[in-house]
Design a protein around this ligand. Structure first.
Ligand code: NAP
Length: 475
């Protein structure tokens, strides 16, 4: 297990000598101590990325793609080992961690294929006076900041397109889960990515370290995944040097079930949309809106499925729901549930924090939730499903859009015309229509409103790391 900073192809201690602990969420015990990068380490990482930049940008796209393809192979070969590491530091159930490794590795394979598709354009100007030549060039040095909830996939979803485009990067992983990011660095080095192209800088002083890098004129892009709150701070900082930004921020996904839906499919979809990753996903269904005539049956069946889930340490093969990542997350989930119950909601299952070690919260279904409850406005980020009833399509769409967020929505209906109509009317970057999972490396992932700016994955994901250069040509 690597625990030092990865700068310029070398494993180095923090210049201050400082380290910080990584905890096992199942017990609260320390599992590793990791070098704690500071501002001078951040500049050393930018130096390394800037130095490696020209040669990497000039490396043939096919060669860049082959290094990513090799990284996909290595991740796939070591899937079990990586899943254990993710589960150990993040707490998620192994079944979720294995799913994450496959998903994360796929970004390397997808962008290995996209590396050769940074196509430009050649046209005659409408006036006929000249030719328009558009070529794509890498943006340059990128700072990548990732959250703890998908420690592998959030890193590969940025590193894959950045490297494919010819950019070099400094990755600042979440301090709850730095070990997976360091493992990714080791894999990329083994796959033949040259020294300095990928640098990884775990740090407990994220604000200072990222702020310092954004002040450096060599940094040309910030790609951030995390909360809307931190995203706003970083957008303001990036504005100073007019740094190119991609922002994957918070979500508050509505899950709409119409009375004409296939209820079996809706329950299956609800379980995936809510419980994948134990509810710790930006795409997690946060608000269930169910047409009044089927709400009792839906709530009863969802509560039965939720209460049957096996809760335990993530690293135990039989666990379906692991602990949450840390004490703060459990405390937040607990307070949202208490607040909703005090305002009249009923816990059909779960609803209270167990005693004992570890950061556990039980799968919970709430009915009779007041429309203005905080649990419908804030990201829950835990295994709690609040259910609200609606009558008719207009009300469903109004409730779904009543949020500052716009990442993803889920719609279950047996009427395709209604499904498409509602999907178009919902203010979200993505919609799962009769489907509880939207994430796919081959599709553009991202949000509207305060859920973000830009897209990751698909061809769009590559374009985020390329600048269009227009050359007006006369000859
Ligand atoms: P977070 O608190 O915003 O942290 C995200 C990252 O930013 C971490 O690496 C964190 O470092 C760093 N950070 C925190 N404060 C910073 C600052 N002032 N300046 C620079 N960096 C700073 O989010 P989180 O709790 O890790 O993750 C959960 C959030 O991520 C949720 O809101 C979720 O919806 C969102 N998310 C969005 C997507 C998407 O694709 N839209 C995907 C996954 C997660 P430390 O760990 O050291 O604090």
């Amino acid at each position: 297990m690597e625990t030092e900073l990865f700068i310029g192809g070398k494993w180095v201690p923090a210049s201050s000598g400082n380290r910080f602990d990584v905890l096992d969420p199942a017990t609260g015990d320390v599992i590793a101590s990791v070098a704690d990068g500071g501002e001078s380490d951040a500049i050393a990482a930018v130096d390394a990325a800037a130095e490696a930049g020209p040669a990497w940008a000039a490396t043939p796209p096919r060669v860049r793609g082959e290094a990513l393809r090799k990284a996909w192979e290595l991740m796939t070969e070591r899937a079990d080992e990586l899943a254990k590491l993710i589960s150990l530091e993040n707490g998620k159930a192994l079944v979720d961690a294995k799913g994450e490794v496959t998903y994360a590795a796929e970004f390397f394979r997808w962008f290995a294929e996209e590396a050769v598709r940074g196509e430009g354009q050649f046209a005659t100007a409408p006036s006929g006076a000249n030719r328009i030549l558009v070529t794509r060039q890498p943006v340059g040095v990128c700072v990548l900041v990732t959250p703890w909830n998908f420690p592998a996939a959030m890193a590969t979803r940025k590193i894959g397109p950045a490297l494919a485009a010819g950019c070099t990067v400094v990755l600042k992983p979440a301090s709850d889960t730095p070990l997976t990011a360091l493992a990714m660095a080791a894999i990329l080095a083994e796959a033949g990515v040259p020294f300095g192209v990928v640098n990884v800088l775990p740090s407990r002083s994220s604000g200072k370290v990222v702020g310092r890098m954004l002040k450096d004129a060599r940094v040309r892009k910030l790609s951030f995944t995390g909360s809307t709150e931190v995203g706003r701070i970083l957008l303001a900082q990036a504005a100073e040097n007019v740094v190119n930004t991609s922002m994957e921020l918070g979500g508050n996904a509505p899950f709409l079930v119409f009375a004409d839906a296939d209820l079996d499919a809706a329950i299956e979809g609800a379980m995936i949309a809510k419980m994948r990753n134990g509810g710790e996903a930006c795409t997690a269904a946060n608000r269930f809106y169910v047409e009044a005539s089927i709400a009792d049956e839906f709530s009863r069946r969802l509560a039965a499925r939720m209460s049957a889930m096996r809760v335990g340490p993530g690293t135990d093969e039989s666990t379906q729901v692991g602990p949450l990542v840390n004490e703060d997350t459990v405390a937040k989930v607990d307070s949202l549930v208490r607040d909703a119950v005090e305002a009249g909601a009923k816990a059909e299952t779960g609803g209270s924090r167990p005693s004992g070690a570890g950061f556990y919260y039980p799968p919970t279904v709430l009915t009779g939730v007041a429309p203005d409850a905080a649990i419908l406005r804030e990201e829950i980020f835990g295994p709690v499903a609040p259910i609200v009833t609606f009558t008719g399509e207009d009300e469903a769409v109004r409730l779904a859009n009543d949020t500052e967020y716009g990442l993803v929505a889920y719609v279950y209906t047996g009427d395709l015309a209604r499904g498409l109509r509602v999907s178009e009317a919902i203010e979200a970057g993505m919609v799962g229509l009769n489907r509880g999972l939207v994430s796919d490396p081959a599709a553009p992932f991202g949000g509207v409103k305060q859920s973000g700016i830009g897209r990751e994955g698909g061809h769009e994901g590559l374009l985020e790391y390329l600048e269009s250069k227009y050359i007006a040509v006369n000859w």
